[in-house]
Design a binder for this molecule. Structure first.
Ligand SMILES: Cc1ncc(COP(=O)(O)O)c(C=O)c1O
Length: 374
């Protein structure tokens, strides 16, 4: 039974009439950039996330870049980011003019923590970017407290975590992208809510910050040919907005499907000591953009699964402090040990909602068999 890591065809098959009608609507309107479709998406997503302002942009990378540009960095200003994340988290900081400073992550949740961040804060730190990796939120309360005590900003990299939540010490349930000054989301096709191309979203509860990033996405001004700031072109296309709007009503059931698949893997791999399933924190709503285990003999397991037609992913194979392009920042092996060991242990298994229990069981059984467990 061939099982790909991701199957976008399977999702499209379930929503084809709605998506096709949405695409046609935009084609008939001949309004392709920003416009009413994009505005409708922004307000629907603001409501879904539970945040006052949602500003779309061209990608998840830009959803990080624009808030960082809005901070007008001086040379040498620093942003603390996890070493174990997708490249864009640090790349956006660099491209905005910041020096990325790398912090280690927790080996069980894969997320950066306040304890790991604190030693890296300096007089030059302007912001922290916690990443809600694989769909579970970072422990935001202590991170936000750390930032508030120093008057620095928090930008939540929620690219993989639309709809994820956590329970604050007060008992309030907060969604990804509602806690920091900004939340940044991606609509890359493989995300839980994926476009037919690129797209991103910035959330904030501050109307001035929302206005600033909205200007930065259209070259720094609301009025054509009048520029208050130097921004860029990062507008969302109406066709993408229409696809996302057609998909949004299904998102909660897709998240439930991912959670059911994850729960089944958890159970079927529980007594396999060679595989550590991801830790879900109490009170956290994980949306499993990836179901990522830590596996002994990871590369051999991956090859054996590939031989059986089972697709897997390695997110991520190189920690960011050891990326060639950041060599001048002086990152050395041995300095961020958790990130450095995760890169050779992590394996993401198929978890897309249409997978269903039979295929999940098949993948789990193949993993059990690889390690010699009946
Ligand atoms: C954690 C994280 N941050 C940022 C991004 C960037 O998003 P995009 O690919 O839409 O630019 C991604 C995309 O994979 C991501 O996973």
């Amino acid at each position: 039974m061939p099982i790909p890591l991701i199957d976008l065809q399977a999702q499209y098959a379930t929503i084809r009439p709605d998506v096709d009608a949405a695409l046609r609507r935009v084609v008939e309107s001949q309004q392709f950039v920003l416009g009413p479709e994009v505005e409708a998406l922004e307000s629907e997503l603001a409501r879904y996330i539970g945040v006052p302002h949602a500003v779309s942009c061209a990608s998840g990378t830009d959803a990080l870049l624009l808030p960082l540009l809005a901070m007008s960095p001086d040379p040498g200003d620093e942003v603390v980011v996890p070493a174990f994340t997708f490249f864009a988290t640090a790349g956006a900081a660099w491209n905005a003019g910041f020096r990325p400073v790398f912090a280690d992550v927790d080996p069980h949740t894969f997320n950066v923590t306040a304890e790991a961040i604190e030693p890296h804060l300096t007089e030059r730190t302007r912001a922290i970017i916690p990443v809600h990796l694989f769909g579970q939120m970072a422990e935001m309360d202590p991170i936000q407290a750390l930032a508030d005590a120093r008057g620095i900003q928090v930008i939540e990299d929620a690219a993989q975590a639309l709809g994820a939540s956590l329970t604050l010490p007060s008992g309030t349930v907060a969604s990804a992208g509602t806690i920091g000054q900004f939340g940044s989301f991606s609509f890359f096709p493989t995300k839980n809510l994926g476009a037919f191309g690129e797209g991103g979203l910035i959330t904030t509860s501050d109307p001035e910050l929302a206005d600033r990033v909205a200007k930065l996405r259209v070259h720094g001004g609301r009025q054509m040919y009048h520029h208050e700031m130097v921004g860029t072109n990062s507008r969302l296309h109406s066709l993408q907005a229409a696809v996302l709007r057609a998909k949004l009503p299904s998102l909660d059931s897709w998240q439930a499907g991912r959670r059911a698949n994850a729960a089944m893997y958890d159970e079927m791999l529980e007594d396999v000591p060679e595989v550590l399933p991801p830790t879900r924190l109490e009170g956290y709503g994980h949306v499993y953009n990836q179901y990522t285990v830590r596996a002994r003999r990871r590369d051999e397991l991956r090859a054996a699964l590939a031989d059986d037609g089972i697709g897997t992913g390695v997110y991520y194979p190189v920690p960011l402090h050891l990326q060639a392009c950041f060599g001048e920042l002086g990152g050395r092996p041995g300095t961020l040990p958790v990130s450095e060991s995760l890169v050779s242990e992590v394996l993401s298994l198929p978890v897309y909602p249409e997978l269903g229990p039979e295929r999940v069981a098949h993948v789990a059984e193949r993993i059990r068999a690889f390690y010699g467990h009946p």
